[in-house]
Ligand binder design. Sequence first.
Ligand SMILES: [Zn+2]
Length: 284
Amino acid sequence: MFLSILLILAVDPTFQVPSSVQQGDTLRVTGNPTGEAHVIFAEKKLRLFAHPSGISGLVPVPATLAPGQYPLKITDATGKPIFTQTVEVRDAKFPIQNIATTSAMTSLKPAPGEVESIQAFLNQVSDARQWAEPFRTPTPECMNSPYGVQRYYHGKPSGNFHRGLDLRSPLGTPVKATAAGTVKVAHMWNYTGGTVGIDHGQGFTSMYLHLSKIAATEGAAVQAGDVVGYVGSTGFATGPHLHWGLFIGGVAVNPRKWVSIPACAEAAPAPRKAAPRKRPARKV
Ligand SMILES: [Zn+2]
């Protein structure tokens, strides 16, 4: 009896962590310990959550994180490191996209509280996991601007990158929740336009922007596939499309690592390092 307790105590914590990822990927971390633990990666600290055989969590790899080797550390309730592994972040070779912004677009400013409200939504972490795979695509159309694109305005780097996917969806197309969750944002903002934000639990959130009409109310529970709004071109957009974003711990991750969405045939962005092409403006 005593020996078996000693043997149990002697079991080292073990974790499964991928050794190599791309910019914009989501790292899945699972391990055998139980109890409170955090994972620290690229200066971000996130909670791990209980699951049937231990603890698990999702770690975002920012699109802007320079390629290279980074330590991933897991700490226990006291902050003591219990696991460390090096993770290689590979260059995703995000393309460049030039946007010919209109004066109406460049003069568009977020409403008072808009940026703060959205950031507060993205940073909150609720305990209960409501999401389940597979995720659903919010509209059935193809993608005409991928995640991670470096945005140039009139040929000059803007410093912005595309924090989600743009789906070429006609005006009025119903927009469906990608997974179950709780609606935390349902608001017509200046910059993001008609905006719905859903909290899927344990740090996972999704956003749906530029909606012509909002069909969800703040605080409401939604199931995967419930209609939360309709496609529009409100806010920083020049034509109807759905901007769909997935976030983990407030960091935008690549939705195409979670769902399969074909690129629109005639909308391939310019290859990286090539001279940006003049293209009609769209989106945020
Ligand atoms: Zn967009």
